[in-house]
Design a protein around this ligand. Structure first.
Ligand code: MSP
Length: 646
């Protein structure tokens, strides 16, 4: 039995952050779970290295795209190893073995009549690497809001339109093909609107895989990127994949384009696509330009990789969006891991140590309510983990742990041990065995989520191998060998003091940002500023601000300043007896006739200045991005002339 699953291949325009880690950790969880069920599991990931965005990013720091990609790709690979994520194959799109697979896929599609050449003029979003079909020149990209660029070129087109009915039939016949349900509905609605053919090559980009026999063309990123799922396991007989685990923003490409490409090539399609939600930080999508990125390594250093895995899988119902915060992370760690699981382990083992010299006694009877709680937790985990409901599965295990806690309190072994009554000694043995056995079962159930910690718990139980290797067969109650000696106990989840831990993580996070920037030769950017947005000026006090006199004015007349393309000569009434003369550099954005009668904001106490021989007494307030056109400040409501802004 094989189980082949994939993560998306990550763009090399940014080093790994916790969002990428989230997907890869979830994939590792699924892989471990499947392995425990006896599947020969293969998990692949990799890096998506081609395209204009990378070409540009590399150029900006004076590197070749290959050099740039090498650096970031190595970061991803190192990160996964460092986090103990069991990646079986790591495929880069710049790998020649991958090129061959993409070219072969193309040839098959072409031979089967699904590819044609045509001229295309359209708006293209460089950032999202997508044509925005409905956009007009100058329109922003609907996804990222950045301006689109007009592109005309000869492209190879893929006949996506030919697959509309077949796709709808697939979604209908196999309701689990796209999960969760919300994503499936979105895809169905999208396909029902009608599918246009897809441009799959570019002549404007050099950094890409050449289209066979067409030197000018390189493959469009999605045709290239999706093929990694095949090239990563080329020749291994693993295709089709059992699962593509992805983030929700790339469902369309996986659930529509990918099956269509494969059908066109006469190849089998993947069995399932599961899209998880976004991990938000401070209620916002993490992004480099917003400067609100969190990375896994600082968290790992302070709290361990398992703590992060547990938090992500427990806190956020898989499939939905969820928030990440350091406070919540430490809070959950302390309540669930330190006080919950960790406390139970050390309590159980130290009782065995103290009352039975480290030898786990046989249980004279079965503590039925605990055994039943374990059976329920096992059944729940099996169902929920199989359905990608990790959070629910974990909740069920903690439900079992609380039954065990209650059982210990009820039995009060510390009292039983003092009693000479043989019935109490038997009760004590049952209590000790039951506690140890519960810990053993919990370690097996939790090992896909907490692999390192459960292996440590296993060793403390004195058991050989690892709970992961023991697999689901080890879940049946009563397998702890009575009379066996436990190992040396030590705290698996020591309590963490929130404040210093969070400070440390933030500190390490800053150092990590600087390290990653240095890696690609990037100068540090002022925090929080998007590209092209000027940094916030030095802080001033309120007195300094009140010195600036901003007034509402109305433009009485406007004309172009002779000999200048940029300047308009304005007469502005700001409530003084005489109108002011103001020369403003707005002629590229506003015609004189657009200005008359318009309400504007004026800096009224600015030192007068001569521009082209005209004395300008004040400045008009406008917004612009660096190098962009000015847009005048104005009001939605009517405001009286002369009103001061403060
Ligand atoms: N290269 C494409 C995917 C090609 S797959 C054939 C791409 N790369 S990416 O670097 O942008 O990574 C996207 C994936 O990273 C998402 O689908 C998701 O799995 C993960 N995440 C990145 N940021 C994330 C969050 N903030 N939250 C959750 N997951 C996120 O798209």
């Amino acid at each position: 039995m094989k189980y082949y699953l994939t993560t998306p291949i990550y763009y090399v325009n940014a080093a790994p952050h916790i969002g990428h880690t989230y997907t890869t950790m979830a994939a590792d969880l699924v892989a471990r779970w499947k392995r425990m069920q006896g599947y020969e599991t293969v998990l692949t990931t990799g890096t998506d290295e081609h395209g204009q965005k990378i070409e540009r990013a590399a150029k900006a720091v004076g590197k070749s795209p290959q050099e740039y990609a090498d650096t970031i790709s190595a970061e991803f690979s190192r990160q996964w190893t460092g986090l103990n994520l069991g990646i079986d194959r790591f495929r880069r799109t710049s790998d020649p073995r991958h090129h061959a697979v993409v070219q072969d896929l193309f040839r098959r599609c072409k031979d089967n009549g699904y590819v044609y050449k045509s001229a295309y003029t359209g708006q293209y979003c460089v950032s999202c690497e997508l044509y925005v079909n409905e956009a007009k020149p100058g329109d922003p990209c609907p996804d990222c809001g950045r301006p689109t660029e007009t592109v005309t070129e000869e492209n190879f087109f893929f006949k996506l339109s030919a697959f509309q009915d077949r796709l709808l039939e697939l979604y209908d016949k196999d309701p689990l093909f796209i999960q969760p349900e919300t994503r499936r509905n979105e895809v169905i609605a999208f396909v029902k609107q009608g599918l246009s053919d897809l441009s799959i090559s570019r002549t404007t980009i050099k950094w890409g895989i050449p289209v066979p026999d067409e030197e000018k063309h390189v493959f469009y990123v999605w045709f290239d990127a999706l093929s990694t799922y095949m090239s990563a396991v080329d020749g291994e007989g693993l295709w089709p994949a059992d699962l593509h685990l992805i983030g929700k923003e790339i469902v369309r490409f996986h659930a529509i384009y990918w099956p269509a490409f494969l059908w066109a090539a006469g190849l089998p399609i993947p069995k399932r696509i599961f899209a998880h939600g976004w991990l938000l930080f401070e209620n916002d999508k993490m992004s480099k330009s917003r400067g609100n990125i969190v990375r896994a390594t600082p968290i790992q250093e302070v709290m361990g990789a398992d703590a992060l895995r547990y938090f992500l899988m427990r806190e956020v119902p898989f499939g939905q969006d969820g928030g990440f915060s350091y406070d919540a992370l430490v809070g959950r760690y302390n309540s669930d891991l330190a006080n919950g699981l960790g406390n139970l382990v050390s309590r159980g083992l130290s009782m065995v140590q103290q009352y039975r010299q480290g030898i786990v006694p046989a249980a004279p009877s079965v503590a039925e309510n605990v055994a039943e709680a374990a059976r329920n937790a096992i059944a729940a985990v099996k169902t929920h983990f199989d359905n990608f409901e990790f959070s629910k599965g974990l909740e069920a295990v903690w439900g079992m742990l609380s039954v065990v806690d209650k059982f210990i309190v009820e039995q009060a072994p510390w009292k039983l041990v003092k009693s000479p009554d043989p019935a109490d000694r038997a009760k004590l043995d049952t209590a000790l065995y039951t506690t140890v056995e519960s810990v053993r079962v919990a370690a097996v159930l939790l090992s896909p989520v907490l692999p390192e910690s459960c292996a440590r718990i296993w060793a403390q139980l004195g058991l050989a191998g690892s709970p992961g290797d023991a697999g689901i067969a080890a879940l049946d109650w009563g397998q702890y060998p009575a009379g066996h000696a436990i190992g040396a106990p030590s705290a698996v989840f020591p309590r963490i003091d929130a404040k210093p831990a969070i400070e440390k993580m933030r500190e390490l996070e800053e150092a990590e940002t600087a390290r990653q920037n240095a890696l690609v030769g990037k100068k540090p950017e002022p925090a929080g500023m998007a590209e092209g947005v000027a940094p916030i000026a030095e802080t001033i006090d309120i007195e300094a601000f009140t010195k600036v006199d901003l007034r509402v004015g109305v433009v009485l007349s406007a004309e172009k300043v002779k000999g200048s393309d940029k300047l308009l000569h304005l007469k502005v009434d700001i409530g003084e007896k005489q109108p002011r003369t103001i020369v403003a550099g707005i002629a590229m954005a506003y015609k004189p006739e657009q200005m008359t009668g318009r309400k504007v904001v004026i800096v009224a106490n600015l030192q007068p200045r001569k521009l082209r021989g005209i004395e300008s007494k004040g400045m008009i307030v406008a917004a612009s991005l660096e190098g962009g056109q000015p847009t005048l400040a104005g009001f939605l409501e009517d405001v009286p002339v002369g009103a001061r802004l403060k």
